[in-house]
Ligand binder design. Structure first.
Ligand SMILES: Cc1cc2nc3c(=O)[nH]c(=O)nc-3n(C[C@H](O)[C@H](O)[C@H](O)COP(=O)(O)OP(=O)(O)OC[C@H]3O[C@@H](n4cnc5c(N)ncnc54)[C@H](O)[C@@H]3O)c2cc1C
Length: 462
């Protein structure tokens, strides 16, 4: 019987396991090793905002793992991978062997090398343990003051959760604008005005030099001479893929573990998936780490299918970030920052509203959206634009139409049959199935019958 070993229990690992079982029906041995229980990090902000109970963070329990016939080493860390011996060594010295290995170890917060970064009350927010620590440090305070180091995607997701709770917030960012890896300077300026109006303190273009205890709170010393005081400090300065375990193993690592379109590393029976894997990119030849949940899920499913003996190739991941910043919706897709692309931009800072489409010849290859959700007429084509990029649809004469009618994406979307292409494009050659595990066995609401209008979008009526 083939023995599949999986390291990690995040979305990449769970999707790989579920895919293997879907294909082999239990006819293999699966061993899972993870230093944390199976859960979804992207749900942590909802727990922090107290919108869900702690139990709802988890993506599997013992009964579910038993049903999938998975042997578990939860709470154990893999220290070393040896592809020649087909073995892994755990931190406690145990050695286990495998036929196929999946490394789905994700990433960790990048360490911050400044004095005071290790003080109590200074946290990253990446794990359940970090979330619990922040909840504990702020317990009993009606409106704790929090300082963020870093104004990136993850930092802002956490910031939004704290905003919902009415906490007082400050942000220090070394770049000259917020969300530097998601928005251009012009769209970011709309977000900055919005945040200032919401009472969030912004310190841009400067760095934190040190953190010190100050009258029972924390004091951040900034490079521009200013100081920021807070009860708690959140460090959100980026992530580092967890590749230590393959050091010296011969498995090739660049920023992450390099994988091909079957999620194989340079060693054929060793796969990598999710935040740790540097894989194919939908919009170019370069391999990239996108470090988002949809990519981890896709990677896991592709790795699982190939480990189970199929040959399934991944078209590549699409960079996408969608964010609620204290009520202002922000999104960017694909090559949103491509200086060689032709840009079509609409902006109204007073509303505020910003939309930028980036064209490579007659294809949209990147986009940025900023606006309020009540501005639905301006934002409801966000999903359509994402689908257009994903399907690499050529616009032909419709490009001129969009130039003349920049708010009417719907017409070319229908005419070019983008929805049909999306419906037909499946990762594993069949529609995805719903997960079996649900918190307290809760099922989605009654099945919605598709209204007739749906047919107009997804069928070809020539
Ligand atoms: C607060 C927060 C909010 C987020 N929000 C979003 C969002 O809105 N949208 C989005 O797309 N993405 C979001 N993300 C990112 C998303 O969660 C990650 O992209 C995703 O979790 C990656 O999945 P993964 O399976 O690759 O890794 P992970 O989920 O990180 O899982 C890796 C697993 O490997 C284990 N592990 C690591 N090293 C070892 C070892 N040596 N031995 C044993 N086990 C090991 C870890 O403990 C962990 O269980 C968010 C992340 C955070 C932290």
């Amino acid at each position: 019987m083939v023995h599949h070993m999986i390291i990690g229990s995040g979305p990449a690992a769970m999707n790989a396991i579920e895919t293997i079982r879907e294909i082999d029906g239990g006819n293999s041995k699966i061993t899972l090793i993870s230093d944390e229980p199976a859960y979804s990090r992207m749900v942590l902000p909802y727990y922090l905002a107290q919108q869900i109970p702690e139990k709802q963070i988890y993506t599997a329990d013992d009964a579910y793992f038993d049903q999938l016939k998975v042997d578990r080493y939860i709470g154990q860390k893999v220290a070393k991978v040896d592809p020649t011996q087909k073995s892994v060594t755990l931190a406690d010295g145990q050695k286990l062997t495998f036929d196929n290995l999946l490394i789905a170890t994700g990433a960790s917060p990048a360490p911050l090398a400044i004095p005071g970064a290790d003080l109590p009350g200074v946290f990253p927010l990446w794990t359940i343990a970090h979330t619990e620590a922040v909840l504990q440090a702020t317990a009993g305070k009606s409106a704790p003051e929090v300082a963020f180091i870093g104004a990136g995607f993850i930092g802002f997701i956490v910031l939004n959760a704290m905003y919902k709770r009415g906490w007082k917030l400050h942000v220090v960012e070394i770049a000259d604008h917020v969300l530097p890896r998601m928005l251009d300077k012009e769209s970011a300026s709309l977000v900055e005005t919005w945040l200032k109006n919401k009472g969030v303190g912004l310190h841009l273009g400067t760095s934190v030099q040190s953190i010190a205890d100050h009258h029972g709170r924390k004091r951040l010393q900034l490079a521009n001479g200013q100081t920021v005081d807070a009860d708690v400090v959140i460090v959100a300065t980026g992530i580092k893929p967890n590749t230590d375990l393959v050091q010296g193993s011969g498995i090739v690592v660049d920023q992450g573990i390099i994988v091909n379109d079957r999620m194989q590393t340079n060693v054929a029976n060793v796969y990598a998936a999710g935040d740790v894997a540097q894989g194919p990119n939908l919009l170019g030849d370069r391999t990239e780490i996108h470090a988002i949940q949809p990519t981890a899920v896709d990677h896991g499913r592709i790795a699982g299918a190939n480990m189970a003996g199929q040959t399934v190739r991944y078209p590549g991941s699409l960079s996408m970030n969608i964010l609620d910043v204290c009520g202002l919706q922000c999104a960017s897709f694909g090559r949103w920052n491509d200086p060689s692309a032709q840009a079509m931009t609409i902006t109204n800072p007073d509303r505020p509203l910003y939309r930028k489409l980036l064209w490579t010849q007659d294809q949209i290859t990147g986009a940025i959206f900023v606006g309020q959700s009540s501005d639905v007429g301006m934002l409801n084509d966000l999903g359509m634009v994402k689908g257009i990029i994903q399907t690499k649809t050529s616009f032909g004469p419709w490009k001129e139409f969009v130039r003349d009618n920049p708010f009417d994406i719907r017409r070319p979307y229908i005419a070019l049959q983008v929805a049909k292409k999306l419906v037909e494009a499946t990762l594993l050659g069949r529609p995805a199935k719903p997960r079996q595990y649900r918190f307290q066995n809760k099922q989605p609401g009654p099945q919605i019958t598709q209204p007739q209008a749906h047919q107009h979008f997804v069928t070809n009526k020539q």
